[in-house]
Design a binder for this molecule. Sequence first.
Ligand code: ADP
Ligand code: ADP
Length: 218
Amino acid sequence: MLKANNISKSYNDLQVLKNVELDLMNNEVVSIVGASGAGKSTLLHILGTLDKPDAGSLTINGYDVVALSANKLAKFRNSQLGFVFQFHNLLPEFSAIENVCLPGFISGKPDAEVKSRGKELLEILGIGARANHRPSELSGGEQQRVAVARALINDPNIVFADEPSGNLDSKNAEQLHKLFFDLRDQFKKTFVIVTHNEELAELSDRKVEIKDGSILYA
Ligand code: ADP
Ligand code: ADP
């Protein structure tokens, strides 16, 4: 589903990733762990096509994504990948349901289809009653659920999350993690999660540790 070969990335004189190899299977929760500054976000951004490697190849769902033009890549990313960030990145002026539906509208799917899927996702995530609230009216845990629903609106098979529970208290963090496992089971999706949360890392199907630019265990 996702195959990364020989990925390297430097910033100025700093080599952050060295010949990284990674294969992601369908239907797994993969955690990316390592010390602060180890290169976790850099790897996640490259796997998620938000950033380009200096060298190496990356194939996702059969597409050689390094070779795609910027325009095609933006379409690919919007329709086939989902993202959740530490700070939810929801648009403050839009309601929960509008935030969730936005990537669906961008993908060009019929409005009615997107809206009904958006409502369904909010229900599945336990925040159906919050659909018309703005992000500022929601708790941190609810905001992250909205972000997860938004990541799923186009039915991607991979969702990338960069410290999604980093800003949540332990109870909300645990609930969010449980949600990832439930969604993996229910929708057969793969979640790739940068995390400092040891519990999540231990529970995950695979733990990928980055040290000195290389993967210690994959
Ligand atoms: P982690 O997510 O493990 O904390 P990052 O991938 O964010 O690590 O960063 C790895 C290293 O690369 C750090 O030393 C960071 O300062 C550096 N870095 C990350 N992004 C950039 C950038 N855009 N420009 C320069 N240095 C960067
Ligand atoms: P995270 O909290 O996910 O590790 P960071 O705070 O490390 O994220 O990075 C946030 C953004 O800043 C990223 O887009 C990264 O590329 C950029 N960045 C990180 N470190 C540096 C740096 N030393 N110089 C320039 N940009 C950086």
